[in-house]
Ligand binder design. Structure first.
Ligand code: OAD
Length: 247
C-alpha cells in the first residue's frame, strides 16, 4: 500500500541519513518529456526496446537502430532536466551527505542538471564507440550521415549497454557498495525488471528505502516505503527532508 509523503518526510527527518544511494530509471525523465521504455509511448515504430537495443538488431540493420537512437537523441537534446534531476543535484551539494547517484538512463539529464560522478550503468547516448577498435568518441551533435562511421571505416555504435551485454564491472561494484552501505535508498522511476540494475535493490541492508513511482513496480515489495507520486513532485520534498533532518 502506498505511503503518504508526510509519513516518509517524518521518517527521513527522524533517521537523519548521511549515506544516501539513489537509483533512477526512465521515469525520472518522464516529466522532461522523454517517453519511458515500458508503457504508453514506449514503442518506436511498433517495436519494443528489447527488439531494438540488442547487438543482433544492430548487426542486422544498423541504419534502423541509428534512426531510433537519433530520434531519441534529438528528443533529449531539446528537453530540459526537471525538478527531480535538479533536486538530486542539490542533494549532492549538502556537505554532510555522501551521495551515490546511480542511473539506468542514458540521457545524461542528471549531468545536465549539475550532478557530477553519476554512475551511468547503461552508458550515455551522447558518446559513440567504434565496433572494431572500441574507441569512444563524444557524439553530442546529430550525425550528418547514418549509420555513422569511425575514421577507420568501421561502424560507430552508441556507447550504451544493450540487452545481452555486460555492464562495466567497475560501475556495478561502485553501485553495489553504495547501496549496501547506504542508510537511505531512493528508487525513482524504474519498473525494476531489467537486471542487474534492479537486483541492486536487494543489497540494501537498512530500514529506510523509498520508492518514487506513480504505479507499483516489480521491486515495490523490497522497499519500506512507496510514494505513488511523480518524481518531479516528490524529489524536492524528500531532499528538503534530508537537509532539514541534518540541521
Ligand atoms: P521503464 O520504462 O521500464 O519504467 C519506467 C518507470 O517509470 C515505470 O515504472 C513508470 O511507472 C515510472 N514512471 C513514469 N512516469 C514517472 C514519473 N513522472 N515519476 C516517477 N516514475 C515514473 O524504464 P526503466 O526501469 O528505466 O535499458 O528501464 C530499465 C531499462 O530498460 C532501461 O535502462 C533500458 C530499458 O530497455 C537499456 O537500454 C539497456
Amino acid at each position: 500500500m502506498a505511503n503518504s509523503i508526510y509519513e516518509v518526510i517524518l521518517a527521513i527527518e527522524k533517521a537523519r541519513p548521511r549515506a544516501v544511494a539513489v537509483l533512477t530509471g526512465a521515469g525520472v525523465s518522464a516529466e522532461s518529456g522523454i517517453p519511458t521504455f515500458r508503457g504508453a509511448g514506449g514503442l518506436w515504430e511498433g517495436l519494443r526496446p528489447e527488439e531494438l537495443a540488442t547487438p543482433s538488431a544492430f548487426e542486422r540493420n544498423p541504419l534502423q537502430i541509428w534512426r531510433w537512437y537519433e530520434w531519441r537523441r534529438n528528443l533529449i537534446r531539446a528537453a530540459l532536466p526537471n525538478e527531480a534531476h535538479r533536486a538530486l543535484a542539490a542533494l549532492a551539494r549538502i556537505s554532510a551527505v555522501q551521495l551515490t547517484l546511480i542511473t539506468q538512463n542514458v540521457d545524461g539529464l542528471h549531468g545536465r542538471a549539475g550532478s557530477d560522478d553519476v554512475v551511468e550503468l547503461h552508458g550515455n547516448l551522447f558518446r559513440a564507440r567504434c565496433v572494431r577498435e572500441g574507441t569512444v568518441v563524444p557524439a553530442e551533435e546529430a550525425f550528418a550521415l547514418l549509420p555513422p562511421r569511425c575514421g577507420c571505416g568501421s561502424l560507430l555504435r552508441p556507447d550504451v549497454v544493450w540487452f545481452g551485454e555486460a555492464l562495466d564491472p567497475q560501475h556495478l561494484e561502485i553501485a553495489a557498495d553504495a547501496v549496501a552501505g547506504a542508510e537511505l535508498l531512493l528508487v525513482v522511476g524504474t519498473s525494476g525488471v531489467v537486471q542487474p540494475a534492479a537486483g541492486l535493490v536487494s543489497l540494501f541492508r537498512g530500514s529506510l528505502s523509498v520508492e518514487v513511482n506513480p504505479v507499483a513496480s516489480a521491486i515495490s515489495p523490497l522497499l519500506n516505503f512507496a510514494l505513488e507520486l511523480p518524481a518531479a513532485q516528490a524529489l524536492p520534498l524528500l531532499v528538503h527532508a534530508i537537509s532539514r533532518g541534518l540541521k
